[in-house]
Design a protein around this ligand. Structure first.
Ligand SMILES: NC(=O)c1ccc[n+]([C@@H]2O[C@H](COP(=O)([O-])OP(=O)(O)OC[C@H]3O[C@@H](n4cnc5c(N)ncnc54)[C@H](O)[C@@H]3O)[C@@H](O)[C@H]2O)c1
Length: 451
C-alpha cells in the first residue's frame, strides 16, 4: 500500500514538473512572436517615414552575427531600396502629369454631315492659333500646318492629343497632299522684323506657298480663304482705305517682300477663281493685337507694352502723329469665320476703324501698365505708313461683322499675357489661356467692360 502511495506521489510530481516546463516553453515562444512582430512593425514604419536606416544599425551585433539575421537584413535593404525607387517614380509621374493638360476644353459635337475638315496654314502662329481654338470648339476637325518660323507648338498645345486635332510640321513652299473641305491660308511672317529677316523666303511663302494652297483647293474642291493685309494699300493717299483703293506701294522698299508678296497672293487667288473655278475669300487684315503675340513682334502694341513692363523708355518712331487702328484678335477671328461662311468673294477689310496716334497709344499703355517709364521720340523708320484706318462698310454690309472689343479691355488682356510671359521661368509653366466659345468669350467681355 505504501509502495503504491509513494509511486503515486512521484508520478504526480513528475506530471507537475512537465506542466511547469510546458507552460514555460509556451510563454517563451509567445514572447519571441511578439518581439518579431514589433520589429517588423518598426521596420515598416521606418520605410513609410523615409527612414532608411539599415537593419545592421538597428538590430545590433547579436542579430547581424547570425546568418539568418544577415539574410533578413539584406532582404529588407532591397525592399527599402525598391520602395524608395517607387516613391521617386511616383513623384516623377506626378510632375509629368502636371505638364499634360488634364482634359481638353469642351468642344461641341457635330455629326458627320456638319463636321468639316479644315486646314489652317500658319495655325501655330498668333492669329492662327486663336482661329484654331474657335474652329475646334465649334466641333470641326482641324489640321494645322506650320514650319514654326514664328509660330510655336505652345500656342496649340492644349489641343495636342485631341481626336479632332492634327499638327503637321511642313513648309507650305513645298506641295501638300491632304483631303480638306476648307483652307484658311495664314502662313506668312506678319511683323516687319520677321518678314524682313529673310525677304526672299517671305516672297516665296506668299507666292509659291499660295500657289500650293490654291492648287490643293482646286484638286480637292475646297473653299480657300487667303489672309491678305492692309499693307497692300502701302502708304495710302486715300483715307480711310476702302477695298476699292488700289494702294500706294513702293515695289523695291524694305517692306516690298511682304506688301508685294500679299498683292501677288491676291492676284493669284482671283486668277485661280476665274480660270480654275476655285472658291476664294480674301481678308485684308489690319493691325491686330492680343495674347500669344510674338515677344519680338516689333510693332507698336508689343513694343510699348514690353518697354513699359520692363520700366524702359517707351520709344516713339518719328513725330508720333502717324495713326494706327488696332483690332483685338477675337474680333478678327469672328470676321475670318464669317467671311469663310459667306458667299462674298471680293476682298474684305477686317480691322477696327477707331484711330489713335502712336503718341496716344504710348500714353494709354504707359498708364495701363503704370511704372516709371517715360516716352521719347526717336528717328522715323523708312516707308512707315502715316495713316491706317479701315473702311469696314463692306464687312458690315456683307458679313454683318464689326469689331466689339474696346481698346482698354483688349490691351488689359494683352498686358497680362506679356507680363506672364516675362515672368515665365520654365517650360513646365504651361500656356494658361483657356479658349472659350465665342458666346462665352463675349459674355466674359461684357463682364469686364468698363462702365
Ligand atoms: N497680326 C497682324 O496684325 C496681321 C495683319 C495683317 C495681316 N496678317 C496676316 O495674318 C496671317 C497670320 O499673322 P500672325 O500675326 O498670326 O503671324 P505669325 O507670325 O504669328 O503667324 C504666322 C505663322 O505662319 C507660319 N509660317 C510662316 N512661314 C511659313 C511657311 N513657309 N510654311 C509654313 N508655315 C509658315 C509661322 O511659323 C507662324 O506660325 C499672316 O498671313 C499675316 O500676313 C496679320
Amino acid at each position: 500500500m505504501n509502495f503504491v502511495r509513494r509511486n503515486y506521489k512521484q508520478l504526480t510530481l513528475f506530471v507537475g514538473v512537465c506542466i511547469v516546463v510546458l507552460c514555460f516553453m509556451i510563454n517563451w515562444s509567445q514572447t519571441e512572436d511578439i518581439y518579431d512582430y514589433n520589429r517588423d512593425r518598426t521596420r515598416r514604419e521606418d520605410f513609410r517615414d523615409g527612414n532608411h536606416r539599415s537593419e545592421v544599425q538597428k538590430s545590433g551585433p547579436d542579430v547581424t552575427n547570425s546568418i539568418g539575421g544577415a539574410q533578413k537584413t539584406e532582404g529588407s535593404q532591397q525592399l527599402a531600396d525598391a520602395q524608395h525607387r517607387i516613391r521617386e517614380l511616383e513623384a516623377k509621374l506626378r510632375r509629368l502629369e502636371l505638364r499634360v493638360p488634364q482634359r481638353f476644353p469642351d468642344v461641341k459635337f457635330l455629326n458627320y454631315k456638319s463636321r468639316k475638315r479644315i486646314l489652317v496654314t500658319g495655325g501655330a502662329g498668333f492669329v492662327g492659333s486663336h482661329l484654331v481654338d474657335q474652329l475646334m470648339l465649334a466641333g470641326h476637325e482641324v489640321i494645322v500646318v506650320d514650319n514654326f518660323f514664328t509660330g510655336r507648338k505652345r500656342n496649340v498645345e492644349h489641343w495636342i492629343g485631341h481626336e479632332n486635332f492634327e499638327l503637321i510640321h511642313h513648309d507650305i513652299v513645298n506641295p501638300l497632299f491632304i483631303e480638306v473641305d476648307e483652307i484658311y491660308h495664314l502662313a506668312s511672317p506678319a511683323s516687319p522684323p520677321h518678314y524682313m529677316y529673310n525677304p526672299v523666303k517671305t516672297i516665296k511663302t506668299n507666292t509659291v506657298g499660295t500657289i500650293n494652297m490654291l492648287g490643293l483647293a482646286k484638286r480637292v474642291g475646297a473653299k480657300v480663304l487667303i489672309a491678305s493685309t492692309s499693307e497692300v494699300y502701302g502708304d495710302p493717299e486715300v483715307h480711310p482705305q476702302p477695298e476699292t483703293y488700289w494702294g500706294h506701294v513702293n515695289p523695291i522698299g524694305p517692306r516690298a517682300c511682304y506688301d508685294e508678296g500679299k498683292r501677288v497672293a491676291e492676284t493669284l487667288s482671283y486668277a485661280y477663281a476665274k480660270q480654275e473655278r476655285v472658291n476664294v475669300r480674301v481678308a485684308r487684315i489690319f493691325n491686330t493685337y492680343g495674347p500669344r503675340m510674338h515677344m519680338n513682334d516689333g510693332r507698336v502694341v508689343s513694343n510699348f507694352i514690353l518697354q513699359a513692363l520692363r520700366n524702359e523708355t517707351i520709344t516713339v518712331y518719328g513725330h508720333g502723329k502717324q495713326t494706327r487702328s488696332f483690332q483685338y484678335v477675337s474680333d478678327l477671328v469672328d470676321g475670318l469665320i464669317a467671311l469663310m461662311a459667306s458667299n462674298y468673294t471680293q476682298p474684305v477689310n477686317l480691322g477696327n476703324p477707331t484711330e489713335h496716334t502712336i503718341e496716344e497709344f504710348a500714353v494709354i499703355i504707359k498708364e495701363l501698365v503704370g511704372g516709371p517709364s517715360h516716352i521719347q521720340q526717336v528717328a522715323a523708320v523708312e516707308d512707315d505708313p502715316q495713316r491706317r484706318k479701315p473702311d469696314i462698310s463692306r464687312a458690315k454690309r456683307n458679313l454683318g461683322w464689326e469689331p466689339k472689343v474696346p481698346l482698354n479691355v483688349g490691351l488689359r488682356k494683352t498686358v497680362k499675357y506679356f507680363s506672364r510671359e516675362l515672368q515665365r521661368t520654365s517650360h513646365a509653366e504651361r500656356n494658361v489661356y483657356t479658349p472659350a466659345l465665342a458666346i462665352d468669350a463675349n459674355k466674359e467681355l461684357a463682364d469686364t467692360h468698363e462702365p
